[in-house]
Each structure stands twice: as structure tokens, then as C-alpha cells.
Design a binder for this molecule. Structure first.
Ligand code: ATP
Ligand code: MG
Length: 556
């Protein structure tokens, strides 16, 4: 259907199913557990599930897999709804919840018991796990395995009625204690938890486990293709066994490779540890791989969707270079972002032959990639700021920026020449630079015929807007975090955040609102942060301009 693009293996299965008439329409679902914020791995799954439904004219349900009352919370539900919408997808009807099906799931469990395919076990959790065996040694059958169905049934009802304490009874499927697949050794389907659920309150004290809730919810919703990550491959025989044993709608589970990114942790549990341990400021810290984090960092939904598209869908786990993600956001922001001047680490330049009382307005191009973006005016005056790193007292040969006696162009303004500079006698640091300008060299009407190699960004000192700039680097120093043996927190980058307090921005930025995005010329892409106040703007650097991925591609 996509011209020039071959189908991934899941699309191939779906097209075959549509062609053979097995299905006339496609239903998928995205089933997050509301126990944390969504991350880039979930974005891959969202793009796949919603993308397939859209491509084949079917629909995709958003279903919360909310069967773990202790770990789940409405805060997470709300953030998940927001993140899916932000990515640009619409779920079918209202959001669904596995907890909406608790009554139906209970009935299905009763059916299994009646068919002699499930039993209530009175062994403790320790006993059950001690008798599961190992992959090479069969497990032992529970002494309660062959109790009459009636007895299991009344026990199960008593479980529901709260007659037992947490852990005193479980419902187990009766499958095969000698199966080479550990998940088939009489897996637990229901456990007792006297815990308040964020939606059902205290209505239930028994909760279905993942395998029972997930597969049967798929079936209840007539999900045609249940797409999940590879770790669930070993659960598939159980998924199919329950469906076949109950004779209910046969959803088909298909596994694909999860997204792993270099220098990135992609596990809600570990991300929660970062939040709770104060290693980041919250789930939406711009260094986090959560969707709320990257959104605050300045990633756009388009960039994330394009990234998901580029990495594709594979059957084997792999590790994606985070440079590809950065490439995707640069590609998008390059097209969209207005250009502005921002001096992050300023040094003052005094233009000695320019009148103190003069101000000229200079025209600057808003976006060379977008003609419709037009021009803006920037004031120029006798005192300006340039970037510290654009001046060197004793520059090497190829340094085309400012040094004693050299000339550079101030972009959209004049050519200036460095005549002198002042050092702090104590620190030896250059504090001020004195330059002359050549009035003949005004951009757009240069009559001097002069050629200079360097062009610098600048802002007028008296007109500049102060800002705090937050520069982010990768949160971890280790490339493959799946391949470490010690605690992942040992791999944190101590320099992942650098705050610059003294940035000087061009005056048009004074009206920037949180969420506004710009390219600061030669510096990178920046987004105004929510922490901005009426006194102080705060900008996050989304990404630098250097595209290591583009370079890799060129070389390759
Ligand atoms: P985590 O391991 O981070 O806790 P999870 O798999 O437990 O994630 P769920 O809320 O159960 O999180 O996942 C919802 C859906 O997102 C599942 O279908 C899951 O397979 C998918 N998913 C989770 N992580 C990734 C990933 N890294 N790449 C692709 N899909 C993922
Ligand atoms: Mg999970």
C-alpha cells in the first residue's frame, strides 16, 4: 500500500488474513499497564498498533491492563491518555480497562473450573514455586490438583467473597506439570489481594494475573491481531490454550522485537527508580526517554513517528543507535523552527567607532528552509555580545572567528575588526573586546568588496533578553545497558545536565511561550520550558546541530 516500501512481517500476515477472508476487518489494541509513564519503547508499539489499524481501515483499542492494584494509579492513566493523543493517534470509542471485564473474566474462570481445567490450590506461594521444577526437571503436581470441580468452585467463590487472607488460595490452570514450557506448568490465574484498586475500589479482593486478564480481554474485544514484544513468545502456548479450552473468540498473538536504544534505559520499573531516587527531577525530566520527557525536551510527534517508521518492525531483538532518534528530530525541526540568535556564554564586544546613541534595525531571515516564514528585525548598537568561544587571544591558523587584528562578519550586520581587548588582571580572563566596524559593509548593501572567512552570531547588549539555558547530554555513559551486570545507576552520566545562567537572547524572544521552539543559529534547537517566568526565560536544548547519524550514513 505504501509505495516503494515493502511490508513488514506483521503487515504481511494481516494482508494474507484479509485476502484469505479469515478477517474482513482488523482490530488491534495498545494495552499499557498504568504503573508508570510511557516511554519510547511504548511509542514504537503505539505507532505499530494504531498505524496498522489506520492503514487497513480497522480500529485500535486503548486498553489499560489494570490488574495490579498496588502498583497502579490514575496519575499514570492520565499521562498515558495524554501521551497517546500527543503522538497523534485516536483510539476506538472510550478508553477500555481490563477492570471493566472483571465480572466477565470471573465467569470465564468459573467455566474453566467447571470444565475441570482449573483448580483452587491451597499451597503457599513458596510451596508452589518450590514444586514448579526447572526447565530440565518436571514439576510436582499439587495435592489439590485433582480435587473435584465442585470443591474448587466453592473455594473460588469463597476467595471472591473475601473468606481468605492474601496468599492463602490461588486459582491455577490444570495443564501439564511436566511441560518443557514453564508457563504451562499449572500457571496461576487468580490471586487474592486485599488491596484497593484505583477504579474498582474494594469491590474485588481477587485479581486475574497478566496471562488470564490480557488474553481474555483481547478475546472479549475481538482483537484480531494481538501484537506484543518478544518476551511474550513463551506465553503464547498458554494464550492459545485458554482461548481454545474456553472456546472463545480466537485472537492471535504475534510477537515483535522491542525497541532498545543505546545509552537509554527502557523499563518503567527502572525509570521509576530514577524518579524516586532523585536522579532526575521527575517523569518528565527532559533527559528521560519517557514521552513526557522528550516532549519537554522538544521532540515533536512527527519526529517520533518518523523514527518509529525508520526503525521498522523486526523479529529479533536489536539495539538502535540513539543518533537515529536525534537525526529524526533535527530533520523535523530544521523544516519548522524559526532561526534566532542566542548567545549562551556571552562576552561583550564594544564597537568603538559606532555611535552610542544609534540603533539600527537589521533584517534577518526567519527560516532559510521555509520562504513563507519571512523576515524579522534585530536591533544593532555599539555594544553587543558574542559567544566566548568565538574569540581567541592566540588563535591557531584555521580559526576563522575573532582574534587580535582579525576581521569577521556579524551576520545580518557589519564586518568588524578586533582592535584590542581587556583582561581581568586577577583571573587573566578576557572580559571585553574592542572592535571597529566598517560602515561600507552593511549586509544587503555591502559596497566594500571585502571578503572575510568567519561569520558570527551576536545580540545587542542593551536590547538582549536574559535567559537560563539547560544543556542536556545522555543520561547514561554506557552504550548497551542490557549488557551490564551491576546496578544500572552506576552508569549514570554525572554531567547529563549543564545549566547556563547568563545567556543573552535576541529581543524578539522576549515573547516566547513555554513550548515555543527555535533554532539558535550555530547552537542547536531549543524549546522554552514551563519553568519560564515573567522575569526569566528558561530554554531546554533539544539537540545540537551536529548530526552524527547523517555523517554515518554518508560514510556508509
Ligand atoms: P516496561 O518493560 O518498560 O515496564 P512493559 O512491557 O511492562 O514495559 P506495558 O505497559 O505492559 O509495559 O506495555 C504496553 C505495551 O507496550 C506492550 O504491548 C509492550 O509489549 C509494549 N512495549 C513495552 N516496552 C516496549 C519496547 N521497548 N518496545 C516496543 N514495545 C514495547
Ligand atoms: Mg509489563
Amino acid at each position: 500500500m505504501d509505495e516503494g516500501k515493502s511490508l513488514n512481517f506483521i503487515e504481511q500476515i494481516i494482508e494474507d488474513d484479509l485476502e484469505s477472508g479469515k478477517h474482513s476487518s482488523i482490530v488491534t489494541r495498545f494495552p499499557p499497564e498504568p504503573n508508570g509513564y510511557l516511554h519510547l519503547g511504548h511509542a514504537k508499539s503505539i505507532c505499530l498498533n494504531f498505524g496498522i489499524a489506520k492503514k487497513y481501515g480497522g480500529h485500535c483499542n486503548l486498553r489499560f491492563d489494570d490488574t495490579n492494584p498496588e502498583k497502579e494509579d490514575v496519575e499514570y492513566v492520565d499521562s498515558i491518555l495524554e501521551d497517546v493523543k500527543w503522538l497523534g493517534f485516536e483510539w476506538e470509542g472510550a478508553p477500555r480497562y481490563a477492570s471493566d471485564y472483571f465480572e466477565q473474566l470471573f465467569e470465564l474462570a468459573v467455566n474453566l473450573i467447571k470444565k475441570g481445567k482449573a483448580y483452587v490450590d491451597e499451597q503457599s506461594a513458596e510451596q508452589i514455586s518450590a514444586t514448579r521444577g526447572t526447565p530440565t526437571r518436571p514439576g510436582e503436581e499439587s495435592p489439590f490438583r485433582n480435587r473435584p470441580a465442585d470443591e474448587s468452585l466453592s473455594q473460588f467463590l469463597a476467595m471472591r467473597e473475601g473468606k481468605f487472607k492474601t496468599g492463602e488460595r490461588v486459582l491455577r490452570a490444570k495443564i501439564d506439570m511436566a511441560s518443557p514450557n514453564m508457563h504451562m506448568r499449572d500457571p496461576i490465574l487468580y490471586r487474592i489481594k486485599h488491596a484497593e484498586h484505583h477504579r474498582t475500589g474494594n469491590e474485588w479482593c481477587i485479581y486475574p494475573n497478566y496471562d488470564f486478564a490480557h488474553g481474555q480481554s483481547d478475546s472479549i474485544e475481538h482483537v484480531t491481531h494481538s501484537l506484543c514484544t518478544l518476551e511474550f513468545e513463551v506465553h503464547r502456548p498458554l494464550y492459545n490454550w485458554i482461548i481454545e479450552t474456553l472456546g472463545i473468540y480466537p485472537s492471535r498473538q504475534i510477537e515483535f522485537a522491542r525497541l532498545n536504544l543505546t545509552y537509554t534505559i527502557m523499563s518503567k520499573r527502572k525509570l521509576l527508580e530514577l524518579v524516586q531516587g532523585g536522579h532526575v527531577i521527575g517523569w518528565d525530566d527532559p533527559r528521560m526517554p519517557t514521552l513526557s520527557g522528550i516532549r519537554r525536551r522538544g521532540y515533536t510527534p512527527e519526529a517520533v513517528r518518523n523514527f518509529a517508521d525508520k526503525i521498522g518492525i523486526a523479529k529479533r531483538d536489536n539495539l538502535i543507535d540513539v543518533a537515529l532518534l536525534e537525526h529524526s528530530i533535527r530533520e523535523d525541526l530544521n523544516k519548522k523552527s524559526p532561526r534566532r540568535f542566542g548567545i549562551l556564554d556571552p562576552i561583550k564586544v564594544i564597537i568603538t567607532n559606532y555611535s552610542k546613541d544609534d540603533t539600527e534595525m537589521m533584517s534577518a531571515v526567519n527560516n532559510p528552509e521555509d520562504e513563507t516564514a519571512g523576515m524579522r528585525e534585530m536591533p544593532f548598537s555599539n555594544e553587543i555580545y558574542i559567544e566566548q568561544s568565538d574569540f581567541m587571544e592566540d588563535p591557531p591558523k584555521k580559526f576563522f572567528r575573532l582574534g587580535p587584528g582579525t576581521e569577521v562578519r556579524l551576520k545580518y550586520a557589519y564586518i568588524i575588526k578586533c582592535e584590542d581587548y581587556k583582561k581581568n588582571p586577577e583571573t587573566g580572563k578576557v572580559e571585553e573586546i574592542y572592535c571597529s566596524y566598517d560602515p561600507q559593509t552593511r549586509s544587503g548593501s555591502d559596497t566594500s568588496g571585502k571578503k572575510v572567512k568567519g561569520t558570527l552570531g551576536w545580540v545587542s547588549a542593551q536590547h538582549a533578553v536574559d535567559a537560563e539555558i539547560r544543556l542536556y547530554d545522555r543520561l547514561f555513559l554506557t552504550e548497551d545497558l542490557n549488557d551490564i551486570e551491576d546496578d544500572f545507576r552506576n552508569h549514570l552520566n554525572p554531567d547529563s545536565l549543564k545549566v547556563l545562567n547568563n545567556a543573552k537572547l535576541e529581543p524578539s524572544l522576549s515573547i516566547a511561550k513555554p513550548g515555543d521552539q527555535f533554532q539558535f543559529e550555530r547552537q542547536g534547537y531549543f524549546i522554552a520550558d514551563n519553568d519560564s517566568t515573567s522575569n526569566q526565560l528558561v530554554f531546554n536544548r533539544t539537540v545540537t546541530l551536529r548530526d552524527s547519524w547523517g555523517k554515518i550514513q554518508q560514510k556508509g
